[in-house]
Design a protein around this ligand. Structure first.
Ligand code: CAA
Length: 291
């Protein structure tokens, strides 16, 4: 029986020391530690979350999601953090929802407790989040990577929605996000056959912003470089930029362009717009106030 209390239990961070901090740690700003994830801040303004259930190929258990959402909330509220990176390890970003935990779930338990719904917390963040994928990103792992704002992967990453082989279907947005990127025919083929696709294909079909040569180290460095760059800009403009791109998913072109223009107008009320444009004219580097 799935431990349903895990679906809604509040987080208490475990006080044990982190077991295997990434070698990149230079700017450690987070003191909490967890059982299923590792948090660190390896670059200025960047929060890094590493999924850490290597023996289960980072299978996404309810307990992992309680911790992940707690860490995301802390980064969202941390004024020192401007962008977040979510990653796994060389073997797996995540091999899907935890099948062993999920197997005995009844319809009533899944429905009443809105199983999987807490996964969507990530999509409510206003700060940008980049997934750095190497190894397996299957089922819920593929869906989690696709929920992020920018998806980076290795060319050899192994994506797929194999739920059909388990007698079920994607449950964390895979049918919607895959179809938005790949188009109906390709998404239908992937979901109904359970065939996997490579990181190289993810880039070719527009699911990934970039597929990197090499392994986990290379894709993580690429994601951290991009996150650091984003975090160096005005937080106000970055949040506005994310908001208007996301609106394009919901609105038609005409309403989307009007929406963008209104947000663009509103930025003339920010200090950072004045600072940024004056710095350009003065040939100086802008010093953002994030206001
Ligand atoms: N859930 C729970 N445990 C998992 C898991 C998962 N999704 N994926 C892997 N594991 C566990 C395995 O059971 C195994 O544990 P034990 O050592 O205790 O037996 C360990 O991780 C290592 O896995 P394998 O021995 O299977 O490793 P492999 O290299 O031979 O195969 C793999 C790798 C092809 C990814 C294979 O593990 C696999 O097929 N995993 C399941 C992938 C899958 O079906 N994902 C979709 C889940 S459903 C879902 O996500 C629903 C949704 O939309 C939200």
């Amino acid at each position: 029986m799935i431990p349903l209390r895990l679906l809604s239990r509040p987080v208490t961070a475990v006080s044990a020391a982190p077991r295997s901090l990434p070698r990149l740690v230079r700017f450690q700003s987070t003191s909490s530690s967890y059982d299923n994830i590792i948090v660190s801040s390896p670059r200025p303004g960047v929060g890094l979350i590493t999924l850490n259930r290597p023996r289960a190929l980072n299978a996404l258990s309810s307990a992992l999601f309680v911790e992940l959402n707690d860490a995301l909330k802390k980064y969202e509220e941390d004024n020192d953090i401007g962008a977040i990176v979510l990653t796994g390890n060389d073997k797996a970003f995540a091999a899907g929802a935890d099948i062993k935990e999920m197997a005995p779930l009844t319809f009533s338990e899944a429905y009443v407790n809105n199983f999987i719904a807490p996964w969507s917390y990530l999509t409510s963040l206003r700060k940008p989040i980049i997934s750095a994928v190497s190894g397996h990103a299957l089922g819920g792992g593929c869906e989690l990577a696709m929920m992020c704002d920018i998806l980076y992967c290795t060319k050899t990453a192994n994506f797929g929605q194999p739920e059909i082989k388990l007698g079920t279907i994607p449950g964390a947005g895979g049918s919607q996000r895959l179809t938005a990127a790949f188009g109906k025919s390709k998404a239908m083929e992937i979901i109904l056959t359970g065939n996997n696709f490579s990181g190289e294909d993810a880039e070719k079909y527009g699911l990934a912003a970039k597929a990197f040569d090499g392994g986990h180290k290379e894709v993580l460095e690429g994601a951290l470089d991009t996150a650091e760059k984003i975090a160096s800009y005005s937080r106000v403009a970055v949040i506005a930029g994310k908001e208007v791109v996301n609106k394009s998913q919901d609105l038609g072109i005409r309403e989307g362009v009007e929406y963008e223009r209104r947000i663009f107008h509103s930025l003339f009320g920010s200090q950072d717009q004045k600072i940024g444009m004056k710095a350009f004219a003065d040939k100086k580097k802008p010093e953002w106030t994030n206001s």
